[in-house]
Design a protein around this ligand. Structure first.
Ligand SMILES: [Zn+2]
Length: 69
């Protein structure tokens, strides 16, 4: 494992938060649609939001593992 692994993970989390801000919480007039993003209108899915959700899920699973260990 490289020594900058925690830093890069924190950086990715920060990037994920930015994506959530732009691609998720801006859909105020409409509740969040699964796989949808108002910022990417005309598209059925948002790759950036997919990536952010995947990362958040990964981090949540890691935290859960540490809590139950
Ligand atoms: Zn989007």
């Amino acid at each position: 494992m490289s020594i900058d692994e925690p830093l890069s993970k924190a950086t990715r989390l920060f990037m994920a938060k930015r994506i959530f801000d732009v691609h998720w919480t801006r859909a105020l007039d409409r509740p969040w649609r699964v796989g949808g993003c108002l910022e990417c209108q005309g598209r059925n899915d948002c790759p950036q939001l997919d990536w952010a959700i995947e990362l958040a899920t990964e981090v949540a699973a890691l935290m859960f593992q540490k809590m139950t260990r």
